[in-house]
Design a protein around this ligand. Structure first.
Ligand code: NDP
Length: 257
């Protein structure tokens, strides 16, 4: 039997990498979502050609402009999504857009740290706040439902490098100071969102995609984007109340904060 797939998704950073593959795999399911809002900074340009091609083949795909760090862009995107949903809610928000810079304790500067926090923490905070009314609406459409991604969920894309408990295993070979600090803050945001939105029936979980062959992960990464995303989709469709406010990896293993 095909697993249940939520009706509506919004994913940030979909023109390449993990975001693009999430869109592709959702659309390819035997029971695809009714609507996937694939957002990116520059729709209709060469940077988003693959999304444009996909949208031409899939009427259930909408490509929406969204710069996650700009409140005006977030508000515009929300207005457009709300219009297209015609009174329905949004089941799943995936805060995927992110940036990563390789720096050490010696080379990191204030700009690195602020840039990382702006994209990796402020962005997911702004986007989640803006789309909250639509997520609540989706949860209310199924008031007796248990927490799950088919009801309403916020998924924040994090990294193993954000785990404070695991730092001694990962820091010396992989410093990435600004990225780690920002994703640790994202983890805290996830935990706060999980507790704050529990009463609304919205599940909030942080997920680590593994080390993946994308522009960010580089060619040395052990996982293909296909492996990572198919693993994550399997994990996401099995999330329940016990996963609210926790941190899991692409295979479903819990990562300590
Ligand atoms: P890529 O660098 O390949 O893609 C990043 C995506 O984020 C691009 O679509 C980019 O858009 C978008 N983006 C960046 N900043 C913004 C912004 N301000 N507003 C809107 N979109 C933005 O990264 P991955 O696909 O590898 O990573 C996706 C997520 O997974 C990230 O959050 C990352 O931290 C996380 N992750 C990835 C790992 C890996 O090994 N690849 C490991 C652990 C976590 P544009 O093309 O316009 O720049």
């Amino acid at each position: 039997m095909a697993e249940s797939v939520p009706c509506t998704f919004l994913i940030t950073g979909c023109n390449r990498g993990i975001g693009l593959e999430l869109v592709k795999q959702l659309l390819a399911k035997p029971n695809p979502p009714e609507k996937v809002f694939a957002t990116c900074r520059s729709p209709g340009t060469s940077q988003s050609q693959e999304l444009t091609n996909l949208a031409a083949q899939h009427p259930n795909l909408s490509v929406i402009k969204l710069e996650t760090t700009d409140p005006a862009s977030v508000a515009e995107a929300m207005k457009e999504v709300e219009k297209q949903l015609k009174g329905c809610g949004l089941n799943v928000l995936i805060n995927n857009a992110g940036i990563c810079k390789n720096n050490t304790l010696e080379s990191v500067d204030e700009k690195d740290l602020l840039n990382a926090f702006t994209t990796n923490v402020v962005g997911p905070m702004l986007v989640t706040k803006a789309f909250l009314p639509l997520l609540k609406k989706a949860a209310q459409e199924n008031p007796q439902g248990k927490m799950s991604w088919t009801r309403a969920a916020v998924i924040n894309m994090s990294t193993m490098g954000a785990s404070i408990e695991k730092t001694s295993e990962t820091f010396l070979c992989w410093p990435f100071v600004s990225y780690r600090c920002s994703k640790t803050a994202l983890n805290m945001l996830t935990r706060c969102q999980a507790l704050g939105y529990m009463k609304d029936g919205i599940l909030c979980t942080a997920i680590y995609p593994g080390w993946v062959q994308t522009d960010m992960g580089g060619p040395e990464a052990p996982l293909t984007v296909d492996q990572s995303v198919s693993g994550m989709l399997q994990v996401l469709c099995n999330l329940s109340e016990k996963h609210n406010g926790i941190f899991v990896d692409w295979e479903g293993k819990t990562i300590p904060w």
